[in-house]
Design a binder for this molecule. Structure first.
Ligand code: AHG
Ligand code: MN
Ligand code: MN
Ligand code: MN
Length: 337
């Protein structure tokens, strides 16, 4: 070997997909078409975000999207990139996007998959150069369906896969195709995602809580008391209080939670009776990933997120998600464990 420091046998995402398909002989290769389109969208959005400030792409468009958020120019561009990537996949039939009021239907594609996406998560942070991401849930269409809202207004546990890309110091991809979760890092020179976190498991506990405490004035007393408990040292937490970490991009707060452990929450409050995060493209995909990494995700009432079912494509849900022991603390607090 000429240079021992260079690993010439790396596992790229395409190689990973081929090898996973060999382990699932019944898989027809469909899923690889979806992943191929997804990874292209992630690379394209990643590049666009990284040059945004230099080409005048930061700031607001002046429009409001279907869940009431002010749209940023990059929300719209990220959405366009994502839509075109799914359209070119040949087998994604329908797409739900945070930035589109209605479901998008691709006439020309085979009726196989439905995708729900948050093209840019954390977009209010964009102008400050803080990490943002793209979150995706994947459903297979119902038998004999030609693609309609019924294919996505289902329980989260019916998803066949989920992933997110996070555009941080590097671009990371966390992917679950129904078994384990695997993490990849984008090598910008090769233009490939490289497997860096195989079979990632979330730590079962860490003294970190992540919540927008500025909303506490509007919280129910039970939530105020619970968060106060986290900040009070007791035997259970090893005599130390929890530390607070809140970025304000779910994807970045969850990426830290996957790697370090802890608890992330966006509960409901008097202003937002169902919380803020959207079920189909924020709560479901993160809950799917976290459960496959050994963690848990429930709503304010302690109901498993993946047992919920949306009635409308932009429905919201409260969420408590992260390390199993830390979500259990919340469940014990509300008497559900
Ligand atoms: P998006 O940028 O896709 O609209 O999502 C925003 C979400 C999520 O990323 C984050 O966890 C949360 O909003 C932050 O909300 P607050 O600013 O109310 O804390
Ligand atoms: Mn938004
Ligand atoms: Mn979001
Ligand atoms: Mn968004």
């Amino acid at each position: 070997k000429v240079d021992e420091s260079i690993n010439t046998d790396i596992i790229t995402l395409p190689r990973f997909i081929i090898e996973s398909q060999k382990q699932h002989p019944k898989a027809k290769g469909d899923f690889s078409l979806v992943l191929n389109a997804l990874q292209f969208a992630f690379k394209f959005i990643s590049q666009t975000i990284r040059k945004a400030e230099l080409v005048n792409l930061i700031g607001l468009t002046g429009d409001i999207n279907s869940t009431g958020d002010q749209q940023k120019k990059l929300d719209v561009l990220g959405d366009e990139i994502f839509i075109n990537a799914m359209k070119s996949s040949s087998i994604v039939k329908i797409l739900v996007s945070e930035e589109q009021e209605n479901l998008i239907y691709f006439d020309e594609n085979e009726p196989k998959y439905a995708i729900c996406c948050d093209p840019i998560d954390g977009s209010s942070n964009l102008d400050a150069g803080v990490s943002v991401g793209t979150i995706v849930s994947i459903f297979r269409l119902l038998p004999n369906s030609d693609g309609s809202t019924t294919d996505v207004l289902r329980c989260g546990k019916e998803m066949v896969g989920a992933c997110y890309a996070m555009y941080g110091s590097s671009t990371h991809l966390m992917l679950c195709m129904g078994d384990e979760i695997d993490g990849f890092t984008l090598d910008n020179n090769l233009g490939e995602f490289i497997l860096t976190y195989p079979n990632l498991k979330i730590p079962s506990h860490n003294l970190i809580y992540s919540i927008n405490e500025g909303n506490s004035y509007y919280w129910d007393d039970s939530i105020v008391t619970f968060v106060q408990k986290l900040k009070t040292p007791d035997q259970e937490t090893g005599g130390k209080p929890f530390s607070s970490r809140y970025i304000g991009s779910m994807v970045a707060d969850m990426h830290r939670t996957f790697l370090y452990g802890g608890l992330f929450a966006y509960p409901s409050d008097r202003k937002n009776p169902n919380g803020k995060l959207r079920l189909l493209y924020e709560a479901f995909p993160m809950a799917f990933l976290v459960e496959h990494a050994g963690g848990k995700a429930v709503n304010d009432q302690g109901v498993r997120i993946l047992d919920l079912q949306a009635e409308h494509i932009h429905d919201k849900s409260s969420i408590w998600i992260g390390s199993a022991d830390d979500v259990d603390k919340y469940l014990k607090h509300i008497g559900k464990l």
